[in-house]
Design a protein around this ligand. Structure first.
Ligand code: PMP
Length: 284
């Protein structure tokens, strides 16, 4: 068991005491939403955007917020301090609370809020030098992927299939087009140097890192197209990469066994990663 301090519904407790009810609707129905914010040098990265997306997820599901975003950030800060977190992530989860099992919304449940920290090497992620290899899988998720719910069985199966097949991650495909990575947004770079990623809609999560990367690209006069692309187009792309709060910008060097370019992380993905790191340290 870890010696971390967890936050559970108003209390800061060791893992052995970090417990919620078996009737919690997050556990019974995946009736909950979550966020993951990165921490670098003990500082939260782009946290306001994560808390804004949390508010939106809650609203879309008609779920009560457990407290204000300001209060959530105070709890995050205290967890950073209690756990002496220098680099890693803070996970937070809100559910519709505990009530006797019944599908309809409970009348008297209080939302539950759970948070914990995880140590991770983000800036000097050792995987960065090699990049990751992805496989494609069918996107079997529901139709509201823009809501960040804890219903994550499809990505769990996708990542496990990747592991079984000797790859690092999976890109999900629907109607012939890549939607996104199992827990990240997917990008390719064309021969002309244009950065291509799927446009926003209910088919993908509106990634916080994706948003910043597209802004940074625009500011640095890089060409961006938000449109669908296929696995075949991605396999013949110059470069490819994924973005997420815990990976920042991570090169993809192989798709379904086909190496991209030289098989090494390319110059554009390195440039975008550097731009993102500078943003993380200083802001836009
Ligand atoms: N898509 C999916 C399906 C994800 O789970 C995530 C990470 N939570 C992302 C994209 C990336 O989003 P963000 O940059 O906000 O972490």
């Amino acid at each position: 068991m870890s010696d971390r301090i967890f936050y559970v519904n108003g209390s800061f407790v060791p893992e052995s005491e970090a417990k919620i009810s078996v009737l919690d609707r997050g556990f019974l129905f995946a009736d909950g939403v979550y966020e993951v914010s990165a921490v670098i040098d003990g500082q939260l990265i782009d946290n306001a955007a994560h808390l804004a997306r949390l508010e939106r997820s809650l609203q879309e599901l008609d779920m009560q917020a457990p407290c204000s975003p300001e209060e959530i950030e105070r709890i995050q800060q205290r967890l950073i301090t209690e756990n002496k977190l220098v680099e890693g992530v803070i996970y937070l989860q809100v559910t519709r609370g505990a009530a006797d099992r019944d599908f309809g919304f409970p009348e008297h449940a209080e939302p539950s809020l759970v948070m914990f920290t995880q140590v991770k090497r983000i800036v000097d992620n050792p995987v960065m030098d090699k990049g990751i290899r992805v496989i494609s899988v069918e996107d079997i998720r529901w139709k509201r992927r823009d809501i960040k719910t804890v219903g994550l069985l499809a990505p769990v199966l996708a990542k496990q299939e990747a592991k079984t097949r000797g790859a690092d991650d999976a890109w999900m495909v629907e109607d012939g087009f890549v939607t996104e990575g199992s827990s990240n947004n997917a990008f390719i770079v064309t021969a002309e140097g244009t950065i291509v990623t799927r446009r926003l809609g209910n088919e993908i999560l509106h990634g916080i890192t994706r948003h910043v990367v597209l802004e940074l690209a625009a500011k640095n006069d890089l060409k961006v197209e938000e449109r669908n692309f296929t696995i075949e187009e991605a396999q013949s792309a110059e470069e490819a990469f994924v973005t997420s709060a815990s990976l920042f910008v991570m090169p993809v060097v192989e798709i379904d066994g086909k190496r991209l370019g030289t098989g090494e992380p390319g110059p554009l993905v390195r440039q975008l990663r550097d731009l993102y790191l500078a943003f993380a340290r200083r802001g836009l």
